[in-house]
Write a protein that binds this ligand. Structure first.
Ligand code: SF4
Length: 367
Protein backbone atom coordinates (compact mmCIF):
# COMPACT_ATOMS: atom_id res chain seq x y z
CA UNK A 1 0.00 0.00 0.00
CA UNK A 2 1.41 3.44 -0.88
CA UNK A 3 1.59 6.34 1.58
CA UNK A 4 -1.36 7.95 -0.20
CA UNK A 5 -3.45 4.80 0.13
CA UNK A 6 -2.50 4.56 3.80
CA UNK A 7 -3.70 8.13 4.30
CA UNK A 8 -6.94 7.16 2.61
CA UNK A 9 -7.31 4.19 4.94
CA UNK A 10 -6.79 6.45 7.95
CA UNK A 11 -9.36 8.88 6.61
CA UNK A 12 -11.85 6.06 6.13
CA UNK A 13 -11.29 4.78 9.67
CA UNK A 14 -11.40 8.26 11.16
CA UNK A 15 -14.73 8.92 9.45
CA UNK A 16 -16.12 5.88 11.31
CA UNK A 17 -14.58 6.72 14.70
CA UNK A 18 -16.88 7.66 17.56
CA UNK A 19 -16.21 9.56 20.81
CA UNK A 20 -16.22 7.30 23.88
CA UNK A 21 -15.32 8.15 27.47
CA UNK A 22 -15.19 4.80 29.29
CA UNK A 23 -11.43 4.37 28.75
CA UNK A 24 -10.54 8.07 28.54
CA UNK A 25 -9.11 10.03 31.44
CA UNK A 26 -8.32 13.74 31.64
CA UNK A 27 -4.84 14.65 30.45
CA UNK A 28 -2.47 16.92 32.34
CA UNK A 29 -2.65 19.73 29.79
CA UNK A 30 -5.55 21.63 28.31
CA UNK A 31 -7.28 19.56 25.60
CA UNK A 32 -5.16 16.47 26.29
CA UNK A 33 -6.72 13.07 26.94
CA UNK A 34 -5.17 9.93 28.41
CA UNK A 35 -6.21 6.58 26.96
CA UNK A 36 -6.20 3.60 29.36
CA UNK A 37 -7.22 0.88 26.88
CA UNK A 38 -3.74 -0.64 26.97
CA UNK A 39 -0.70 -0.40 29.21
CA UNK A 40 0.94 2.24 27.03
CA UNK A 41 -1.47 4.73 28.64
CA UNK A 42 -0.91 7.28 25.90
CA UNK A 43 -1.23 10.99 26.62
CA UNK A 44 -2.81 12.27 23.43
CA UNK A 45 -2.84 16.01 22.70
CA UNK A 46 -5.64 17.55 20.65
CA UNK A 47 -5.45 16.41 17.02
CA UNK A 48 -2.87 13.67 17.67
CA UNK A 49 -2.97 9.85 17.66
CA UNK A 50 -2.10 7.26 20.30
CA UNK A 51 0.67 4.70 19.86
CA UNK A 52 -1.65 2.24 18.12
CA UNK A 53 -2.43 4.95 15.51
CA UNK A 54 -6.10 3.94 15.67
CA UNK A 55 -7.35 5.99 18.60
CA UNK A 56 -7.05 9.76 18.50
CA UNK A 57 -8.04 13.03 20.14
CA UNK A 58 -10.57 15.20 18.39
CA UNK A 59 -11.70 18.32 20.24
CA UNK A 60 -10.55 16.92 23.60
CA UNK A 61 -12.55 13.69 23.18
CA UNK A 62 -11.04 10.22 22.72
CA UNK A 63 -12.14 8.86 19.34
CA UNK A 64 -12.28 5.08 18.98
CA UNK A 65 -13.04 2.63 16.14
CA UNK A 66 -16.63 1.44 15.87
CA UNK A 67 -18.99 -0.22 13.40
CA UNK A 68 -16.70 -2.14 11.04
CA UNK A 69 -14.54 -5.22 10.73
CA UNK A 70 -11.41 -5.82 8.67
CA UNK A 71 -11.34 -8.60 6.10
CA UNK A 72 -14.81 -9.88 6.99
CA UNK A 73 -16.08 -12.37 9.55
CA UNK A 74 -15.10 -16.04 9.81
CA UNK A 75 -16.51 -19.11 11.50
CA UNK A 76 -13.41 -20.77 12.94
CA UNK A 77 -13.02 -23.88 15.08
CA UNK A 78 -12.44 -22.62 18.61
CA UNK A 79 -9.30 -24.78 18.68
CA UNK A 80 -7.80 -22.41 16.10
CA UNK A 81 -7.76 -19.46 18.56
CA UNK A 82 -6.46 -21.63 20.34
CA UNK A 83 -8.89 -22.41 23.16
CA UNK A 84 -8.52 -26.12 23.98
CA UNK A 85 -10.58 -26.09 27.18
CA UNK A 86 -13.66 -24.29 25.88
CA UNK A 87 -16.56 -26.19 24.26
CA UNK A 88 -14.35 -28.52 22.17
CA UNK A 89 -15.28 -28.72 18.49
CA UNK A 90 -17.55 -25.67 18.60
CA UNK A 91 -17.58 -22.79 16.13
CA UNK A 92 -16.24 -19.35 17.06
CA UNK A 93 -17.46 -16.40 15.03
CA UNK A 94 -14.27 -14.39 14.65
CA UNK A 95 -13.81 -10.74 13.80
CA UNK A 96 -11.05 -8.17 13.93
CA UNK A 97 -10.24 -4.56 13.18
CA UNK A 98 -6.94 -2.92 12.24
CA UNK A 99 -3.90 -1.89 14.25
CA UNK A 100 -1.88 -2.96 17.28
CA UNK A 101 -0.05 -1.38 20.19
CA UNK A 102 2.94 -3.66 19.50
CA UNK A 103 4.99 -4.27 16.35
CA UNK A 104 6.34 -7.83 16.44
CA UNK A 105 8.63 -8.54 13.48
CA UNK A 106 7.23 -12.09 13.16
CA UNK A 107 3.52 -11.18 13.41
CA UNK A 108 1.33 -13.77 11.66
CA UNK A 109 -1.51 -11.23 11.32
CA UNK A 110 0.61 -8.34 10.10
CA UNK A 111 -1.70 -7.50 7.19
CA UNK A 112 -4.27 -6.29 9.70
CA UNK A 113 -2.22 -5.53 12.81
CA UNK A 114 0.31 -3.33 11.02
CA UNK A 115 -2.08 -1.79 8.47
CA UNK A 116 -1.62 1.71 9.84
CA UNK A 117 2.17 1.49 10.07
CA UNK A 118 3.34 -0.61 7.16
CA UNK A 119 2.84 0.47 3.55
CA UNK A 120 2.72 -3.19 2.50
CA UNK A 121 -0.11 -4.10 4.90
CA UNK A 122 -3.86 -3.47 4.78
CA UNK A 123 -7.21 -5.21 4.50
CA UNK A 124 -10.69 -4.48 3.24
CA UNK A 125 -12.99 -2.92 5.82
CA UNK A 126 -16.66 -3.86 6.00
CA UNK A 127 -19.29 -1.85 7.87
CA UNK A 128 -21.40 -3.89 10.27
CA UNK A 129 -23.29 -3.76 13.57
CA UNK A 130 -23.32 -5.77 16.81
CA UNK A 131 -26.77 -7.08 15.87
CA UNK A 132 -25.51 -8.36 12.50
CA UNK A 133 -22.60 -10.16 14.16
CA UNK A 134 -24.93 -11.77 16.72
CA UNK A 135 -27.34 -12.84 13.98
CA UNK A 136 -24.54 -14.36 11.88
CA UNK A 137 -23.17 -16.23 14.88
CA UNK A 138 -26.57 -17.70 15.72
CA UNK A 139 -27.41 -18.54 12.11
CA UNK A 140 -24.14 -20.44 11.64
CA UNK A 141 -24.38 -22.29 14.95
CA UNK A 142 -21.40 -20.58 16.61
CA UNK A 143 -21.13 -20.95 20.38
CA UNK A 144 -18.81 -17.99 20.86
CA UNK A 145 -17.89 -14.62 19.39
CA UNK A 146 -14.19 -13.82 19.48
CA UNK A 147 -12.28 -10.61 18.69
CA UNK A 148 -9.02 -11.65 17.04
CA UNK A 149 -6.72 -11.02 14.00
CA UNK A 150 -5.47 -7.69 15.43
CA UNK A 151 -5.10 -6.50 19.03
CA UNK A 152 -8.63 -6.24 20.45
CA UNK A 153 -7.71 -4.12 23.49
CA UNK A 154 -7.37 -1.09 21.22
CA UNK A 155 -11.01 -1.43 20.17
CA UNK A 156 -12.43 -2.52 23.53
CA UNK A 157 -15.52 -0.28 23.29
CA UNK A 158 -16.59 -1.90 19.99
CA UNK A 159 -15.94 -5.34 21.46
CA UNK A 160 -18.07 -4.62 24.53
CA UNK A 161 -20.96 -3.48 22.34
CA UNK A 162 -20.67 -6.63 20.19
CA UNK A 163 -20.34 -8.86 23.26
CA UNK A 164 -23.28 -7.27 25.04
CA UNK A 165 -25.39 -8.17 22.01
CA UNK A 166 -23.88 -11.67 21.74
CA UNK A 167 -24.68 -12.24 25.39
CA UNK A 168 -28.39 -11.84 24.67
CA UNK A 169 -28.12 -15.01 22.54
CA UNK A 170 -26.19 -16.93 25.21
CA UNK A 171 -22.91 -16.86 23.30
CA UNK A 172 -19.52 -16.93 25.00
CA UNK A 173 -17.27 -13.98 24.20
CA UNK A 174 -13.51 -13.57 24.17
CA UNK A 175 -10.27 -11.91 23.10
CA UNK A 176 -7.16 -13.22 21.40
CA UNK A 177 -4.79 -10.65 22.85
CA UNK A 178 -1.22 -9.68 23.66
CA UNK A 179 -2.30 -9.20 27.29
CA UNK A 180 -0.90 -5.66 27.53
CA UNK A 181 -3.99 -4.71 29.51
CA UNK A 182 -4.74 -2.20 32.26
CA UNK A 183 -6.98 -2.81 35.30
CA UNK A 184 -9.34 -0.21 33.84
CA UNK A 185 -9.87 -2.06 30.56
CA UNK A 186 -10.26 -5.42 32.32
CA UNK A 187 -12.92 -4.01 34.64
CA UNK A 188 -14.66 -2.55 31.60
CA UNK A 189 -14.60 -5.86 29.71
CA UNK A 190 -15.36 -8.36 32.45
CA UNK A 191 -19.14 -7.94 32.74
CA UNK A 192 -19.49 -8.80 29.04
CA UNK A 193 -16.60 -11.17 28.34
CA UNK A 194 -15.67 -14.74 29.32
CA UNK A 195 -12.46 -15.84 27.61
CA UNK A 196 -8.93 -14.50 27.20
CA UNK A 197 -6.20 -16.07 25.12
CA UNK A 198 -2.96 -14.23 25.79
CA UNK A 199 0.37 -14.40 23.99
CA UNK A 200 3.15 -14.33 26.57
CA UNK A 201 5.88 -13.70 24.04
CA UNK A 202 9.02 -13.68 26.15
CA UNK A 203 10.09 -13.45 29.78
CA UNK A 204 12.90 -10.99 29.10
CA UNK A 205 12.58 -7.25 29.35
CA UNK A 206 14.81 -6.64 26.33
CA UNK A 207 12.63 -9.02 24.31
CA UNK A 208 9.46 -7.05 25.02
CA UNK A 209 11.24 -3.76 24.34
CA UNK A 210 11.90 -4.98 20.80
CA UNK A 211 8.17 -5.62 20.37
CA UNK A 212 7.08 -2.25 21.76
CA UNK A 213 5.97 -3.22 25.29
CA UNK A 214 7.23 -3.90 28.81
CA UNK A 215 7.39 -7.32 30.44
CA UNK A 216 6.03 -6.05 33.77
CA UNK A 217 2.95 -4.62 32.05
CA UNK A 218 2.12 -7.90 30.30
CA UNK A 219 2.65 -9.95 33.46
CA UNK A 220 0.40 -7.54 35.38
CA UNK A 221 -2.15 -7.88 32.58
CA UNK A 222 -2.14 -11.67 32.84
CA UNK A 223 -2.42 -11.54 36.63
CA UNK A 224 -5.34 -9.13 36.30
CA UNK A 225 -7.08 -11.34 33.75
CA UNK A 226 -6.76 -14.38 35.97
CA UNK A 227 -7.80 -12.55 39.14
CA UNK A 228 -11.00 -11.33 37.49
CA UNK A 229 -12.09 -14.84 36.58
CA UNK A 230 -11.79 -14.78 32.80
CA UNK A 231 -11.08 -18.25 31.42
CA UNK A 232 -7.40 -17.90 30.47
CA UNK A 233 -5.22 -19.86 28.05
CA UNK A 234 -1.68 -18.73 27.24
CA UNK A 235 0.36 -19.16 24.07
CA UNK A 236 4.10 -18.80 23.65
CA UNK A 237 5.31 -18.84 20.07
CA UNK A 238 8.76 -20.38 20.45
CA UNK A 239 11.05 -18.38 18.18
CA UNK A 240 14.59 -19.73 17.65
CA UNK A 241 17.16 -17.30 19.01
CA UNK A 242 14.51 -15.05 20.60
CA UNK A 243 12.83 -16.96 23.43
CA UNK A 244 13.82 -20.62 23.03
CA UNK A 245 16.37 -20.69 25.83
CA UNK A 246 15.22 -23.42 28.27
CA UNK A 247 15.78 -21.10 31.25
CA UNK A 248 13.47 -18.51 29.74
CA UNK A 249 10.79 -21.09 28.93
CA UNK A 250 11.09 -22.36 32.51
CA UNK A 251 10.54 -18.81 33.80
CA UNK A 252 7.35 -18.53 31.74
CA UNK A 253 6.09 -21.92 32.93
CA UNK A 254 6.86 -21.12 36.58
CA UNK A 255 5.04 -17.81 36.35
CA UNK A 256 1.93 -19.47 34.94
CA UNK A 257 2.04 -22.40 37.36
CA UNK A 258 2.33 -19.88 40.19
CA UNK A 259 -0.99 -18.39 39.10
CA UNK A 260 -2.64 -21.77 38.57
CA UNK A 261 -1.44 -25.18 37.35
CA UNK A 262 -4.77 -25.37 35.48
CA UNK A 263 -3.89 -22.63 32.96
CA UNK A 264 -3.39 -24.35 29.59
CA UNK A 265 -0.05 -23.38 28.01
CA UNK A 266 0.34 -23.72 24.25
CA UNK A 267 3.93 -23.80 23.00
CA UNK A 268 3.70 -23.25 19.28
CA UNK A 269 6.12 -23.49 16.40
CA UNK A 270 7.43 -20.39 14.66
CA UNK A 271 7.52 -20.30 10.86
CA UNK A 272 9.34 -17.47 9.08
CA UNK A 273 6.86 -14.65 8.57
CA UNK A 274 6.64 -10.90 7.98
CA UNK A 275 10.02 -9.30 8.75
CA UNK A 276 11.62 -12.26 10.48
CA UNK A 277 12.94 -14.43 7.67
CA UNK A 278 16.49 -14.81 8.95
CA UNK A 279 15.92 -18.11 10.76
CA UNK A 280 14.22 -21.43 10.21
CA UNK A 281 11.11 -22.88 11.86
CA UNK A 282 11.16 -24.11 15.44
CA UNK A 283 12.54 -27.67 15.59
CA UNK A 284 10.08 -30.24 16.94
CA UNK A 285 12.71 -31.22 19.52
CA UNK A 286 12.57 -27.66 20.94
CA UNK A 287 8.79 -27.85 21.27
CA UNK A 288 8.98 -31.24 22.96
CA UNK A 289 11.50 -29.82 25.43
CA UNK A 290 9.15 -26.86 26.07
CA UNK A 291 6.32 -29.30 26.84
CA UNK A 292 8.58 -31.09 29.33
CA UNK A 293 9.57 -27.79 30.90
CA UNK A 294 5.93 -26.83 31.35
CA UNK A 295 5.13 -30.13 33.01
CA UNK A 296 8.18 -29.96 35.25
CA UNK A 297 6.96 -26.54 36.44
CA UNK A 298 3.68 -28.15 37.47
CA UNK A 299 1.40 -27.11 34.61
CA UNK A 300 -1.24 -29.79 34.04
CA UNK A 301 -2.12 -28.97 30.45
CA UNK A 302 0.72 -28.19 28.02
CA UNK A 303 0.18 -28.47 24.29
CA UNK A 304 2.52 -28.19 21.30
CA UNK A 305 1.03 -26.26 18.39
CA UNK A 306 1.65 -25.44 14.71
CA UNK A 307 3.19 -28.90 14.16
CA UNK A 308 1.65 -32.01 12.68
CA UNK A 309 2.01 -35.55 13.90
CA UNK A 310 1.83 -35.16 17.68
CA UNK A 311 -1.76 -36.29 18.44
CA UNK A 312 -0.64 -37.94 21.67
CA UNK A 313 0.41 -34.54 22.98
CA UNK A 314 -2.51 -32.62 21.49
CA UNK A 315 -5.07 -34.61 23.46
CA UNK A 316 -6.29 -33.41 26.84
CA UNK A 317 -5.48 -35.96 29.51
CA UNK A 318 -6.65 -36.23 33.06
CA UNK A 319 -3.79 -34.91 35.20
CA UNK A 320 -4.48 -37.58 37.83
CA UNK A 321 -4.84 -40.85 35.91
CA UNK A 322 -3.76 -39.98 32.34
CA UNK A 323 -7.08 -40.89 30.72
CA UNK A 324 -7.66 -39.08 27.41
CA UNK A 325 -10.69 -36.85 28.02
CA UNK A 326 -10.59 -34.85 24.75
CA UNK A 327 -9.15 -36.39 21.57
CA UNK A 328 -7.67 -33.77 19.27
CA UNK A 329 -5.92 -33.82 15.87
CA UNK A 330 -4.92 -30.29 15.03
CA UNK A 331 -8.18 -28.35 14.95
CA UNK A 332 -10.32 -31.50 14.68
CA UNK A 333 -11.92 -33.04 17.73
CA UNK A 334 -12.45 -36.75 18.28
CA UNK A 335 -14.19 -38.16 21.32
CA UNK A 336 -14.98 -35.85 24.25
CA UNK A 337 -15.25 -38.09 27.28
CA UNK A 338 -15.79 -35.60 30.07
CA UNK A 339 -18.53 -36.40 32.54
CA UNK A 340 -19.90 -33.28 34.22
CA UNK A 341 -16.59 -31.55 33.65
CA UNK A 342 -14.60 -34.41 35.19
CA UNK A 343 -12.52 -37.40 34.12
CA UNK A 344 -14.87 -40.36 33.51
CA UNK A 345 -12.28 -42.81 34.87
CA UNK A 346 -11.30 -41.24 38.20
CA UNK A 347 -13.61 -38.24 38.67
CA UNK A 348 -10.87 -35.59 38.78
CA UNK A 349 -12.27 -32.18 37.71
CA UNK A 350 -10.79 -30.92 34.42
CA UNK A 351 -10.53 -27.13 34.36
CA UNK A 352 -12.34 -25.52 31.45
CA UNK A 353 -15.63 -24.23 30.11
CA UNK A 354 -17.53 -27.36 29.20
CA UNK A 355 -20.96 -28.22 27.88
CA UNK A 356 -22.49 -28.58 31.32
CA UNK A 357 -21.50 -25.02 32.22
CA UNK A 358 -19.28 -26.17 35.05
CA UNK A 359 -17.22 -23.44 36.75
CA UNK A 360 -13.57 -24.17 35.95
CA UNK A 361 -11.42 -25.07 38.91
CA UNK A 362 -9.05 -22.17 38.23
CA UNK A 363 -11.94 -19.73 38.47
CA UNK A 364 -13.52 -21.16 41.59
CA UNK A 365 -13.55 -18.66 44.43
CA UNK A 366 -12.61 -15.78 42.15
CA UNK A 367 -14.83 -12.70 41.83
S1 SF4 B 1 -4.97 1.70 22.94
FE1 SF4 B 1 -2.93 1.81 23.85
S2 SF4 B 1 -1.61 2.51 22.17
FE2 SF4 B 1 -3.73 2.99 21.56
S3 SF4 B 1 -4.08 5.09 22.27
FE3 SF4 B 1 -4.81 3.72 23.90
S4 SF4 B 1 -3.05 3.52 25.32
FE4 SF4 B 1 -2.24 4.33 23.34
Amino acid sequence: MTTDRRETLRERLDARAVPRDELARPGEREGEVRCVACARRCRIPEGRRGGCLVRFNRGGRLMVPWGWVAGGLALDPIEKKPFYHVLPGSGALSFGMLGCDMHCPYCQNWLTSQALRDPEAGARIVDTTPETIRELAVRHGARSVISTYNEPLISAEWAVDVFREAGTAGLLTGFVSNGNATPEVLDFLRPHMDLFKVDLKTFREEGYRKLGARLADVLAGIEGIFARGFWLEVVTLVVPGFNDDPAELADIASFLAGLSPDIPWHVTAFHPDYRMDDRGPTPVSTLLRAVEIGREAGLRYVYPGNVAGLPELEATRCPSCGEVVVERHGWSIGAVRLREGACPACGTPIAGVWEDGRVPASRAGKP
